[in-house]
Design a protein around this ligand. Structure first.
Ligand SMILES: Nc1ncnc2c1ncn2[C@@H]1O[C@H](COP(=O)(O)OP(=O)(O)OP(=O)(O)O)[C@@H](O)[C@H]1O
Length: 247
């Protein structure tokens, strides 16, 4: 489904006129199958979010390719409605002037759905994320963190994508709410047979949701293991990182 091949990305260091560059991703290659959940774990600054943006086609790699079902994600046709995203910052993910209804209507209408059909799909979408139709008229500031993130998830599944990139999607939520949202993501994955790219600092959450975990170190893939084999990682760095995040 998703094929990443030899991806590299560097950013200019310092000011606009600076010639010095920081290599953030170097030769990243991996694949993620249909309906698979791949966790991406790494230290802060290792390039996880940059990789997430490249997978979504928000930014282009300097070298290499990101293909979704054989088409480059940088082409609109390659990703249109088939890959969506949920980010950490749910407060800025929804336009503050939009009601929940307007926020959910947008992707449905962009898909070309008629007003009547979109209107009935809206209640269904809310129900899918555990919210009732009274939430339609609420603005983001009237929602709790967990409710706002549920709306973001409803928006992400509105186009029935084949893959969702979740970048630290539960990190800003309180403990028990984190667990509820994780359970919701697990249920939705079974319902829609979607794949997830789950970028996180939270190894327990990755182990709960993912099939495989890819450990990233300084913009390179250090090791990829199935969740069952997390206790048997080979590289010394992966062992140390997992020990640190397990504490
Ligand atoms: N748009 C940008 N312009 C310049 N540098 C950037 C940009 N985006 C990211 N970087 C740099 O790239 C490096 C990797 O950042 P990135 O956010 O991808 O890491 P991360 O692993 O997601 O970190 P964290 O877990 O803290 O979110 C950092 O040094 C960061 O400063």
């Amino acid at each position: 489904m998703l094929k990443v091949d030899g991806v590299e990305k560097a950013y200019r260091k310092g000011g606009f006129f600076s010639k010095e560059k920081e290599q953030v991703l170097a030769g990243i290659s991996f694949e993620c199958g249909h309906g698979e959940c791949l966790g991406i774990i790494g230290e802060s600054g290792s390039g996880k979010s940059t990789l997430g943006r490249l997978l979504l086609g928000i930014e282009q790699p300097d070298r290499g390719s990101v293909l979704f079902e054989g088409e480059s994600v940088t082409k609109r046709r390659g990703r249109n409605g088939r890959i969506s995203a949920v980010f950490q910052d749910y407060t800025s993910s929804i336009n503050p002037f939009y009601t929940v209804e307007a926020a959910l209507m947008e992707p449905l209408r962009m898909m070309g759905m008629g007003k009547k059909e979109a209107d009935s799909k809206l209640d269904f979408l809310l129900a899918q994320v555990g919210l009732d139709s009274t939430y339609r008229s609420k603005h983001p500031h009237e929602l709790s963190g967990g409710q706002a993130q549920r709306v973001c998830i409803a928006r992400a599944i509105a186009t029935e994508p084949k893959c969702i990139v979740l970048d630290e999607a539960i990190s800003s939520l309180d403990g028990s709410v984190q667990m509820q949202v994780l359970e919701l993501l697990k249920d939705l994955r079974n319902t829609y047979r979607m794949g997830y790219i789950f970028i996180t600092h939270d190894l327990q959450a990755a182990a709960y949701l993912c099939d495989r975990v890819m450990i990233v170190r300084s913009g390179r893939v250090e090791e990829t293991v199935s969740v069952e084999q997390l206790g048997n990682v080979q590289s010394a760095y992966a062992k140390k990182l997992l020990q640190t995040v397990m504490l």
